[in-house]
Design a protein around this ligand. Structure first.
Ligand SMILES: *[C@@H]1O[C@H](CO)[C@@H](O)[C@H](O)[C@H]1NC(C)=O
Ligand SMILES: [Zn+2]
Length: 409
């Protein structure tokens, strides 16, 4: 009896503890043969102890893998067996995590630090109070653990109703820069005096949802900085990938059926409460919505539907042309280079994503997925002092995209 109590006690201590990543390394590997690509795919699917920070795209496409210290030797054996070499991009992930946030944390909400869910939601309340005629609180859905998916609607005129823009961030929990950039842009739409920003702010109705995977986001703060999925229990593992779970060409490639995998599609489309409720919310406004914007990190890409085919479908040509100009505007501020293109062609086949569902189901015209900074030096652990520059350059591209349709919708 005593022993059982001791064991239970240890388990609860373990639950409350932050997972540490001391001496975890991130290696970049560039496969050059199809058999190397296959070996990497098998490693990803069969050994979840290797945490893939990127997908396995194909020949010449870099793959970033986080390796725990006890597997470094095994990993070196794998590399030599496959005649692969790697470059160490991060030699101690914990060191990056320890330096991600500023040494002195400010209590007020802003863009020099990363914030917990309740701080983000309290800030949404504050802009509702400050701009009562423009900002309305909205609830886009709820999560498995019972959190709300909160957002706001920004509307300067009832005439803008049929020009609604839907913006979601944080569907992958560990991509903290996305939540921060979404509130940065929202804040600028309300406060900037720049005439170009004012023009787009006042022409569209905007819905912003800064944290659409709230359970995962909180878990990435309290327990495991590298958490990606939802927190729904599936046997001995937790969570489905909420960006492989939407009901358009669900689980037809680039997703896993293994509940322990980081790209687990879920047992069926919209199995996750967060994706099913948010999709119902979107359905309700779909006829008035002209744009669906989704924020991810990292890689510096501006992606266009679809993830199931490399074919350029629907209005790909229009989106590519506008996207190229948006990427040029983004680069002009700090030189940050983005690649623009179809998901399956630019990164890899991936199905069940939110943007593809909006495009494929409702034909939403303006659809982009951002993969924000960086290109792997910090990966998901982008230092907080990069939030403002990332927000500024991303807003530059936003202005180009939404200026394009001014007066035309
Ligand atoms: C939006 O479109 C609907 C359907 O076409 C129309 O009935 C409604 O009047 C439009 N609303 C505005 C504000 O333009
Ligand atoms: Zn992502």
């Amino acid at each position: 009896m005593k022993l059982i109590l001791v064991v239970l006690g240890l388990a609860s201590v373990a639950l409350a503890t932050q997972v540490r990543f001391d001496n975890f390394q991130v290696h970049r590997i560039i496969p050059t043969t199809e058999s190397q690509v296959q070996a990497l795919r098998e490693l990803q699917e069969n050994n979840v102890a290797y945490n893939f920070w990127s997908g396995v795209e194909g020949i010449e496409q870099p793959v970033d893998i986080m390796i725990p210290p006890h597997l470094i030797n095994d990993f070196q054996d794998f590399l030599s067996l496959q005649q692969l070499t790697s470059e160490v991009f991060i030699d101690n992930v914990q060191d990056r995590i320890d330096n991600e946030k500023p040494k002195v944390q400010s209590r007020a909400f802003g863009w020099t630090d990363y914030y917990r869910l309740n701080d983000i939601y309290a800030w949404l309340d504050s802009i509702v109070a400050e701009f009562p005629n423009v900002v309305t609180p909205v609830v886009g859905g709820s999560s498995y653990e019972g959190r709300q998916i909160r957002g706001v609607r920004v509307s300067y005129s009832s005439a803008n109703r049929n020009r609604t823009v839907f913006v979601e961030a944080g569907i992958h929990a560990r991509e903290w820069i996305t939540n921060a950039v979404s509130t940065y842009i929202l804040n600028q739409l309300l406060r900037s005096s720049d005439s170009r920003i004012r023009a787009i702010a006042q022409y569209y109705d905007w819905y912003f949802f800064p944290s659409v995977n709230p359970d995962g986001y909180e878990y990435s703060h309290t327990t495991n900085r590298m958490w990606r999925k939802t927190r729904t229990p599936y046997g001995s593992c937790y969570g489905a990938d909420p960006n492989r779970n939407w009901g358009y060409r669900w689980n037809t490639g680039g997703a896993s059926t293994n509940p322990c995998s980081d790209t687990f599609a879920g047992p069926n489309p919209f199995s996750e409460r967060s994706t099913s409720t948010l999709s119902q919310f979107f359905t309700g406004i779909s006829s008035q919505t002209v744009a669906y914007i989704s924020f991810h990190s990292y890689s510096q890409l501006l992606l266009i539907p679809y993830g199931h085919t490399t074919q350029n479908l629907d209005n790909y040509a229009e989106l590519k042309q506008v996207g190229d100009r948006a990427a040029a505007a983004l680069a002009s501020r700090f030189g940050t280079r983005y690649t623009v293109g179809n998901i399956a062609a630019t990164i890899y086949v991936a199905t069940g994503g939110s943007m593809d569902w909006a495009k494929g189901t409702y034909g939403t015209r303006i659809t982009y997925t951002y993969e924000l900074r960086d290109q792997g030096r910090y990966g998901f652990v982008l230092p907080a002092d990069q939030i403002i520059p990332t927000g500024q350059e991303t807003l530059d591209s936003f202005v180009v995209i939404f200026e394009e349709f001014l007066g035309k919708l």
